[in-house]
Write a protein that binds this ligand. Sequence first.
Ligand code: F7E
Length: 328
Amino acid sequence: MRKAFITGITGQDGRHLAELLHSKGYKVFGMMKGQHNPRSEMIRDEFPFVEIVPGDLTDLTSLVTALEYAQPDEFYNLGAISFVAMSFNQAELTANVTGLGVLRALEAVRIVGGAQNNPIRFYQASSSEMFGKVREVPQTELTPFHPRSPYGVAKVFGHNITMNYRESYGLFACSGILFNHEGPRRGLEFVTRKITNTAARIKLGVEKELVLGNIDAKRDWGYAGDYVKAMWLMLQQDEPDDYVVATGETHSVEEFLEITFSKVGLGDWRQFVRQDQKFFRPAEVDLLIGDPSKAKTKLGWKPEVSFEQLVDMMVTHDLEYESARLNK
Ligand code: F7E
């Protein structure tokens, strides 16, 4: 039985990936930090097949101990401080977890190694935030980075150190440069879920308005369930490499609002939305659009869920989820 080790198991991608790997017959280990982590119950209830292993990306010894215990074939490093806005306020923590955490994970892989004829394969969750103030449109694996947040800077370090360990020590280490990916499991702090969830609450009469920051920003939004398939495919290749994972389409936050409010049946979003300076960022990423040609050609990967279907899936989920909460 193949074994996979996932950091960030409680996040959106960790949960999608755990499901995918379980369906493929893997034994799945999920690393979780802290004492009495309240999310461990969620994982236990939702995914009883996941074995929780204690560990923390800021503690190399804990990573080595966790890998020695799990002896995985594949290591997916999805753990991070992933909220860009928060990274401006907790820049040092972000650098430590999202940046240096990757170095510690790679060191742990180098130390534990895995079976001689079957070394641990490593996946790093790189991000389109690395492109920041974009140097070209669309962005490819070769587009230079210009990060615009402490999060983006930390991800550039993670990306480069992964490449460096591949070149220096011959590790089977890949980075997926994933553009924004969403779905019903997205945290409520991210703009897409904030919009679909608040719109559902307005529809149900429990909220009056939606307060946002910059609605002109454009993103290449895909479905998280599609994107974890690309992660897995990268680790099944003969050679390690880096890949852009994106839809190749871009939409503004305003477009997301428009479709959501019309699907919920509230009409014109302008009646419900207010902008507040506190949700604007010190430096913004204005436009992201990825070119997934390499992933399509080499991995045979393509996104299955369209932008409209994604919004629809999230709106439908949030209307059901919020009315179930009301009726409790
Ligand atoms: O913001 C604007 C905001 O926080 C999207 C993470 O998964 O994707 C994600 O990063 C846009 C930005 O995602 C609000 O200024 C307006 O322009 O949903 P977001 P993100 O920053 O693009 C990348 C690929 C990652 O790697 C990250 O980990 O929406 N925006 N008003 C707002 N954003 C939020 N969160 N809240 C607002 O009220």
